[in-house]
Design a binder for this molecule. Structure first.
Ligand code: AOF
Ligand code: ZN
Length: 317
């Protein structure tokens, strides 16, 4: 199971909105016969990846999977039927799938088909592997990480607004790499105008560039990097769009209505398949998300400096 966990981890978060899953097939002597992990959404699940080359399995083979096999038709067919058809007899799983379409039903289906299923092996580790997934599947909105570079006294800039020297260049390089670990990256409109950010990972030739998202009243300034960017983007509009919807589309920006509040906008993003979101500021956006209890993870790059000005902005207002 530990090997299956390591395999699942090696996939990073590239399968989002799907969970990280690893599978190992061993024979009666405990020799590893095959292995697999879930690499990309829409692609084969871990179990299928591990068993795909076997026409028939050695009868005493055992499959170890970090997550309960699915029993529903999603983008791919149910793994339960695949395992039954392969005549697998022994299965060991780490934890149940919190996805309400699966939870417990996968195991029930396999037992009903006569398979011996052992559950709960390294259960905590297997559950922790999918901390993000466990959260977004339950709340129906993206997992939200809030990132900021702060001084020891929690300031993100000087009172004058100057912010370039709060954290080091090394910290900023790390912050770039962090961008590839999320499906999307969100900023407030004030930050868009003040910083004109590119919202990409320029440090690593990354396997994934995040989808840029701005939240605030719609506006168009064609000269800003956000509007020049060719990637698909979103604008979470906190007021009526009027003609903006059409105008934004010309820049490959899809408008999402969140006049009913940030939660409604976030749910709509999740419906679009965005399950993880890195929020990079500014302070107003950070504080409203914190106040609403919507932040799942706080990532603070803390510099060994004091700014000390009472009127210098803090990371969450
Ligand atoms: C597994 N093994 O490797 C994964 C599972 O749209 P689909 O067909 O890819 O199904 C996605 C759902 O399948 C996902 O939400 C989760 O419940 C389950 N993921 N299950 O047995 C895997 N990735
Ligand atoms: Zn599956």
């Amino acid at each position: 199971m530990r090997q299956a966990l390591a395999l699942a981890e090696s996939a990073g978060y590239l399968a989002e909105p799907n969970p990280r899953v690893g599978a190992i097939l061993v024979d009666a002597q405990g020799e590893v016969l095959a292995q697999g992990f879930h690499a990309l959404a829409g692609g084969p699940h871990a179990e299928v990846e591990a068993l795909k080359d076997f026409a028939s399995l050695p009868p005493e083979a055992t499959l170890f999977v970090t997550l309960e096999p699915c029993n529903h038709q999603g983008k791919t067919p149910p793994c339960t039927e695949f395992l039954i058809q392969k005549k697998l007899r022994h299965l060991v799983i780490g934890c149940l799938d919190p996805n309400p379409r699966v939870s417990g039903k996968g195991v029930a289906r396999l037992r009903e088909a006569g398979m011996e299923v052992t559950q709960g092996v390294l259960e905590d580790e297997c559950r922790r592997l999918n901390e993000r997934y466990n959260r977004y599947i339950r709340k129906g909105m993206p997992f939200i990480a809030l990132k900021a570079g702060v001084s020891l006294d929690g300031k993100i800039a000087m009172a004058s607004g100057e912010s370039q020297w709060v954290t080091s260049t090394e910290a900023r390089a790390k912050a770039h790499q962090l961008r590839s670990q999320f499906q999307a990256i969100m900023i407030g409109k004030k930050t868009l105008l003040a910083d004109n950010p590119r919202l990409d990972n320029r440090i690593d030739p990354a396997p994934r560039q995040p989808i840029p998202i701005v939240i605030g009243q719609p506006l168009i300034q064609a000269g800003l990097n956000f509007f020049q960017d060719q990637r698909k983007k979103y604008w979470l509009a906190s007021s009526a769009y009027g003609d903006f919807k059409e105008e934004l589309l010309k820049f490959n920006i899809e408008a999402i209505d969140c006049q009913a509040g940030a939660e409604a906008g976030l749910k709509a993003l999740y419906q679009q398949g965005i399950a993880s979101l890195l929020v990079e500021g500014g302070a107003r956006l950070a504080s409203s998300l914190l106040r609403l209890g919507l932040v799942d993870e706080l990532i603070l790059f803390m510099a060994p400096r004091l700014i000390g000005q009472a009127d210098a902005p803090g990371f969450c207002g």
